[in-house]
Design a protein around this ligand. Structure first.
Ligand code: PMP
Length: 285
């Protein structure tokens, strides 16, 4: 991703893609002092852009790492990047991190918080699983307790186990991994939230140690608009035996059907298809 033409917004200015570099002693690289957002633009408009900017600032605050730009400045930066790269349909990555500076120890309050915005074309996150249904592996790692790490932040440190789990899943021919949480309840995938359908009602984990995804909240509202009952609750893994349909939600994943999790199988059913299509209509407005 580094050797290409284009522009990246770095600390307030557009720089050439190849020059958007950081020093090797960047604090964020050594200690995971980094928060980020993943957003999608459709027809030139970023879906829920403000909410993503707000979440970035909230994630920074949770890491004691105040992001030195306002929501409005981030909004302007994102659209500047889309325009500079001639993009209307794209994935937008905003990242904020502790840079290099006076401190190279764990404490880094004197090091600047830096921000970058990049955008590129990114098609279906799970490839042809969007049609056929994704196969998920069950991760051996557990989503941690909110007393262990600030689980509501979209922070780099929380993705270490995601990368490891996804590698293990892909080695088994799966598209992604599903985490259980520290209590044993069903949690989320490595970059998406999960929903289940049983007897016309929808069940999804409570966001008490998972990322409360913006897509998740959008889909819950869409279901409730359709008078479909949504139960946000703790879900035991054994319950997956009785669930009929399953899908994942996320900015990158959108609404992707799931056909298998470990030994549990699901049909790519009518409600899954309906929500996937309705989400696509909504974001394209
Ligand atoms: N959980 C995790 C761990 C994620 O990385 C993401 C993607 N940001 C999601 C859930 C879905 O969040 P959103 O719908 O806001 O993209």
């Amino acid at each position: 991703y580094d050797d290409r033409d284009g522009k990246i917004w770095l600390d307030g200015t557009l720089v050439d893609w190849r020059d958007a570099n950081v020093h090797i002693l960047t604090h964020g690289l050594h200690y995971a002092s980094s928060v980020f957002e993943g957003e999608r633009a459709y027809n030139g408009k970023i879906f829920e852009s403000l909410r993503h900017s707000e979440r970035l600032l909230a994630s920074g605050a949770l890491l004691d790492m105040p992001v030195p730009y306002s929501v409005q400045e981030l909004e302007a930066a994102k659209y500047e990047v889309l325009k500079a790269n001639g993009l209307t349909d794209a994935y937008v990555r905003v990242v904020a991190w502790r840079g290099s500076g006076e401190d190279m120890g764990v404490a880094s309050a004197k090091n600047p918080v830096r921000v970058a915005v990049a955008a590129w074309e990114w098609g279906a996150y799970y490839g042809d699983a969007k049609m056929k249904g994704a196969k998920l592996d069950i991760s051996k790692w557990k989503r941690p307790s909110p007393e262990t790490i600030p689980t509501s932040a979209k922070a780099a440190g929380l993705y270490m186990i995601c990368t490891m789990s996804k590698h293990a899943a892909e080695a088994k021919g799966c598209s992604d991994a599903l985490f259980m949480d520290y209590r044993g309840y069903v949690a989320e995938a490595t970059g998406a939230n999960i929903f289940f359908v049983k007897e016309g009602e929808v069940h999804t984990p409570l966001p008490d140690c998972i990322l409360n995804g913006i897509t998740r909240q959008t889909v819950i509202n869409m279901l409730r608009d359709r008078q479909i009952k949504v139960h946000e609750r703790h879900i035991m893994p054994e319950e997956m035996e009785g669930f009929e349909q399953c899908w994942l939600t996320g900015t990158a994943a959108e609404v992707t059907p799931v056909s298998q999790i470990g030994d549990y199988t699901f049909e790519v059913g009518a409600l899954t298809r309906e929500m996937s299509d309705a989400y696509e209509k909504l974001v394209r407005n």
